[in-house]
Structures are given as structure tokens and as C-alpha cells.
Design a protein around this ligand. Structure first.
Ligand SMILES: [Zn+2]
Length: 149
């Protein structure tokens, strides 16, 4: 597609319709974001395999095991926990030392794409994955709730 046509179409849906990532940043973002997603998928798969094969966790599988009111309350609590953890981890990463050495990688993409959400320093990615990965080991949670967030 011609650059002029791309800009015309971008007017319809982009917040910054006249700005695009440089090709080098776009390649970097896709590779880093994909590598992080691959790593996260492998770790999640190992954890899921461990739990489904009888490894220790606090996951439960019967809807009424903790009472019917626990299910929606745990979903709400997990949503609040997830949102707060993401917010405060992000805030912490804006401490100048952490920003310079870790978080700056994520903010090099001034015109975000679908890969921007996972294109970050691996330490930052582990922090974000870690706060959700510990949930099934810390509190009783139904897999339907855990998987939906
Ligand atoms: Zn930031």
C-alpha cells in the first residue's frame, strides 16, 4: 500500500495518524514482544502442566467448593489485584534508576502497535507475569476465573 494511502486510512483509526514507528523500531518491537510472549507462554505452560498433574496449588475445580458467593467475589478481587499490581509496578518502573535500566526499552515505541504491550525489557515482563503467576499458589481460585483475566 502506498504511504499516502496508509496515512489516509490511518486517519480513520489512529490517535497519531501521521506518525509511525521507524522500520527499525517496528522490527525491534515485533521481535522483543514476540520473544516475551513465547517466554511467557512457555512458563505459563509449565505452571499449568505442574498444577494439572497434581502439583501444589490452591486452585479448586468445583463451583460450590467455597460457596457460590466466593466465585464472583474472587473474580472481582482478582480484577482489582491485577489492575493495582500492574499500575504500581508501572509506577515503580518510573523511578529514575529503574526507568533508565529497565523501563526505557518499553517507551522507545512512541507510536504503539499491538506488539507494544509485550515489547519490554525481560525483567519488566517477568514482573508483570509474576504477579499473576503467584495467584493460584496464594489464594483459592477457580481456573475459569484465573483464565478469564
Ligand atoms: Zn511507563
Amino acid at each position: 500500500m502506498h504511504q499516502r494511502q496508509i496515512q489516509f486510512v490511518a486517519q480513520e483509526w489512529k490517535c497519531q495518524p501521521n506518525k509511525f514507528l521507524t522500520p527499525a523500531n517496528e522490527r525491534h518491537e515485533i521481535l522483543l514482544g514476540s520473544a516475551n510472549m513465547l517466554f511467557g507462554s512457555l512458563v505459563s505452560g509449565v505452571i499449568g502442566c505442574y498444577i494439572s498433574n497434581g502439583g501444589y496449588s490452591k486452585m479448586y475445580y468445583g463451583f460450590s467448593e467455597y460457596g457460590w458467593s466466593y466465585l464472583p467475589l474472587s473474580a472481582f478481587a482478582l480484577y482489582i489485584y491485577s489492575d493495582c499490581a500492574m499500575y504500581y509496578i508501572h509506577r515503580m518502573l518510573h523511578i529514575p534508576f529503574l526507568y533508565r535500566h529497565i523501563h526505557k526499552v518499553h517507551h522507545r515505541y512512541h507510536q504503539p502497535t499491538a506488539f507494544s504491550a509485550t515489547a519490554m525489557h525481560p525483567v519488566e515482563f517477568i514482573l508483570y507475569q509474576g504477579y499473576m503467576a503467584i495467584v493460584p499458589f496464594m489464594v483459592p481460585i477457580h481456573p475459569g476465573i484465573k483464565l478469564s483475566l
